[in-house]
Design a protein around this ligand. Structure first.
Ligand code: ZN
Length: 428
């Protein structure tokens, strides 16, 4: 795929992509893209080519393939055997495991993500959050996938909707915001550590704490909740902006009480939330996914909710509370039950499913793992886009039909303007 250029000329750090399609504004457009490994950003074509006559170090012939922004997963509990919530005795082991995960995760096309902690005791947050904040400051592509801050899913959630969360660690916040500080650690309640908190707004003290959380730059999602349509609306008015894994662990749609899902039908933009969808083929029926997409495409965010067993072989695995999980393909359940315990599908597999089920174009589908999660996190123009000045986190995709089913191959992954994974030399 790469085309060699003369070795004598001084290197500029510039790469030009040509001969393919860019994902831009919900469309595939036939354009070139210029990026820099020096700045790690997408360059202004006018400047590099016409004004300064920059010659690229490398020209990538896409051969009709698609160049898209790198994927963003806002709900990932672990992968490749590493679990963000499991703290070993030696914290150096945790740091090493995190580094390895980042290097493996990026090969799946996920160039940035929110490391997610399901409900824990306070001490686990105090031990782990200092390592889970945004990790891209060095802009070093060799570090792999980049954390954009932690996602704390609980422990301020409804015990009746706790799923696989440990009921013994769940909390309410009778004292309001100070209870959040005591739980997560006051120093951790900053976007330097936490990007997103999932909580149940009907619990004592939660709704009044939402403005305090959002004023610090932390996003608030509603999830694992008994909230009615009215309670969810009030929480959105208070500053919450997201529904965590829509339909799962919340009130279903009823024609006289539409539940949190009903907020997708609001007409006011400020109250109309983003929402996570697990399109692993197990958590939701394909038609349910399509209804959510049709109801509010601009809020639709695909998430994996993947566990540490993502990328591992099928079998039985230990869970932190002494239970065991059974992994069978993309399905993960508590041993001997049908209780779903997150997922084992990659974001690319979820993307394929969603493309197959939705009838949307590939460019529209890609938005749900790029521009929309970036917008939810307030990172428009920085992540999830091929606009000039954005970070050059990229994937080369090949969309095709195999035996009547839509497939999306991740052929190359680029991070901060540097190629970190190439399908041609990849054994996975
Ligand atoms: Zn959950």
């Amino acid at each position: 795929m790469p085309i060699a250029v003369s070795p004598e000329r001084p290197r500029t750090g510039v790469t030009r992509f040509t001969g393919g399609y860019l994902v831009k504004d919900n469309k595939l457009v036939e354009e070139d893209l210029w990026i820099s490994s020096v700045t790690g950003k997408i360059l202004c074509k006018q400047e590099v080519f016409y004004d300064y006559h920059v010659v690229p170090d490398e020209v990538i012939d896409l051969k009709g393939k698609i160049l898209a922004p790198g994927f963003i997963d806002v709900q990932l509990n672990g992968a490749f055997g590493f679990d963000f919530s499991t703290v070993p005795q030696d914290i150096a082991v945790y740091q090493k495991g995190l580094k390895q995960l980042n290097k493996q995760l990026i090969r799946t096309g996920v160039t940035s993500y929110l490391p997610t902690l399901p409900s824990q005791k306070a001490e686990v947050y105090h031990q782990t959050l200092p390592y889970l904040g945004p990790s891209g400051a060095s802009r070093n592509a060799s570090e792999g996938s980049e954390s954009l801050g932690a996602h704390c899913e609980g422990p301020f959630i409804a015990s009746s909707k706790c799923g696989i969360h440990s009921p013994s660690v769940l909390q309410t916040a009778p004292n309001g915001f100070p209870d959040f500080e005591a739980c997560y650690g006051a120093a951790n309640l900053s976007p330097d550590r936490i990007a997103l908190i999932t909580t149940a707004p009907e619990l004592p003290g939660i709704a009044p704490s939402i403005p305090e959380l959002t004023s610090r730059g932390i996003r608030v999602a509603l999830g694992h909740t008994e909230a009615t349509y009215e309670t969810a609306t009030t929480a959105l008015q208070a500053g919450a902006t997201m529904l965590t894994h829509l339909f799962n662990a919340m009130q279903p749609l009823h024609h006289r009480n539409p539940g949190p899902f009903g907020t997708l039908g609001k007409t006011s933009g400020a109250e109309r939330p983003y929402f996570g969808i697990i399109a692993d083929g197990i958590h939701l029926h394909p038609t349910t996914v399509k209804i959510a997409w049709t109801a509010h495409p601009d809020g639709f965010v695909l998430v994996t909710d993947a566990m540490k067993t993502l990328g591992l072989p099928d079998g039985l695995y230990d869970w932190t509370n002494g239970d065991r999980w059974e992994k069978k393909g993309a399905r993960l359940t508590r041993e001997g039950t049908d209780t779903l315990a997150g997922s084992c599908a990659t974001l690319g597999e979820c993307l394929e499913n969603f493309w197959e089920w939705s009838g949307a174009s590939l460019a529209e589908v890609v938005r749900s793992v790029t521009a929309t999660p970036a917008a939810m996190l307030g990172l428009q123009g920085v992540k999830g886009t091929l606009e000039e000045g954005a970070d050059a986190d990229l994937v080369v995709l090949e969309g095709r039909e195999v035996a009547g089913r839509k497939k999306v191959g991740v052929e190359q992954v680029w991070k901060f303007g540097v190629r970190v994974c190439d399908g041609d030399d990849d054994d996975e």
